[in-house]
Design a protein around this ligand. Sequence first.
Ligand code: AMP
Length: 636
Amino acid sequence: MTAAPQDFAAFHRRSIEDRDGFWGEQAQLIDWHQPYTQVCDTSRPPFANWFVGGQTNLCHNALDRHLKDRPDQAALIFVSTETDTEKTYSYRELHAEVQRFAAIYQSLGVVKGDRVLIYMPMIPEAAFAMLAAVRIGAIHSVVFGGFASHSLASRIDDASPKVVVSADAGMRGGKVVPYKHLLDEAITLAGNKPARVVMVNRGLADFARVDGRDVDYAKLRAQHLDAQVPVTWVASDHPSYILYTSGTTGKPKGVQRDTGGYTVALAASMPHIFMGEPGETYFSTSDIGWVVGHSYIIYGPLIGGMATIMYEGLPIRPDAGIWWSLVEKYKVTVMFSAPTAVRVLKKQDPAFLKKYDLSSLKALFLAGEPLDEPTAQWISDSLGVPIIDNYWQTETGWPLMAICNGVERAPSKFGSPGKAVYGYDVQLIDENTGQPITEPDRKGVVAINGPLPPGCLQTVWGDDARFVSTYWTSIPGQQMYSTFDWGVRDKDGYFYILGRTDDVINVAGHRLGTREIEESISSHPAIAEVAVVGVADQLKGQVAMAFAVVKDAARVADPADALKLEGEVMKVVDDQLGAVARPARVRFVTVLPKTRSGKVLRRAIQAVCEGRDAGDLTTMEDPAALAQIKDLVRPA
Ligand code: AMP
């Protein structure tokens, strides 16, 4: 399946100039129940409709299609170092489990187009729940298990799921992390209540059951052991899933993905980007709650006929060799992780990397946040395989910058996620003129000339206007999608990402909106006003730092009281959004630095926290405001 060596520049050019011819060929990589009549309909820009008239099914392409050639080959390898479990499901077994889950959905009245929300730890049942949903044309929305009740409630309200699938608990670092009470609280908060909750009981935590609403997975599964649920063929543009992501407003955006375009994009990425062959093993250390988990724990590897490892646990438990022991044991050829995880490993004894036979590994892919040069160099020296930094977003669904070694071998440049991937007409836009930058080494906004290639977001769930106004209006008069990232391109066409243009921050590869964190902190009754900024951090890339004004200054007059309030505020964020969104510090100030028109100067706060020059402050209302922050963050 590996593509014959080709000239990448020509490959890329053709993907743009002969878009339909190029993607028409890639579309042959998947099964179509009914062939499409048009490759791409762009008659309603900026919306793009891929493989018009075609009918297919994501679950069919991930599972059923492989039953003939590889029924007994491993499909899903579940490894939990938290519960000491290891279990392999062959394609045949996974297919059977997914049919059982599909039958459960049907017994609960789920039909094509209904939403199911999946709030689960990294366990096989989460994979069954996802695949079973798309099997019957239902639309799943997986919510990261680290999110708490408010985050979950806003997603339940937006997606209005008929059914929620959850579990009693996850585990992290040997500690049980109960889920059910957060889900119950979220459903209480939500206006749109799901009719049913399917509970997977791992026996880790007791939980309350709501009569008439909560049903037990094991019981239902036993009733459907022999279930045969044929796939529901859906139109290519039928939504497969919604995945919420953070933006500049407090309200999360539901990234909506189609079926046909996404299946083709993932199928094409396996040979071209990942060099993954059927029968090999793919190991992505992400979580199903993130886009990497959707595309490269579940769908991509299975579409490509590979075995995929689903891992519950930490990278350093029981020791820092755990991931490499899995590479050896399961002969992993393609591995995908995040820079933060590598930085965590870098602090451990490097001997762990030498302990195992890693000769099966072809490459390590890293994404989700900037990969700094020292980290890239360290892991490259340690592993001796290509380290492929790749850049993408929840919105794109698959890499938009990478080195496509499956098309043409090319060197990586540390610090760069490579070149624009085929299908993406990437432009750097001059912030002032709105014009594309053609010369090398000049900073601009990373943008994509429409239409977006297959697999990218179709729209924002339930809100076409928001899709258009958020992504397509920053460059007036042009069909240009903004990534909201700054970048530069060198003379060889390699890009470098220089951070976000908006108020989105990236903590350990997790994308968070500062506005959401601010709203949560403001809900504490003692807080009058707050600004949250992302500050550079050696381990996590960035951390959130909060500066709050209290309603009654006496509350923080004493340092011990201030510390107590800081703890209270952090707890509010933990309870509402989840620990992942908890700021590293909450500091109290009497006034926030603002412009005369009242806009909080977040960039200036960020600069001060990072020890940089705060830039032009002529519009600042009260210079003392920034001085306070400077004093607070000055190293002792
Ligand atoms: P998410 O939607 O959570 O995947 O976050 C996407 C954002 O993460 C991008 O817009 C970038 O700001 C950042 N990002 C992802 N991958 C990379 C990378 N390889 N290098 C630099 N930044 C990245």
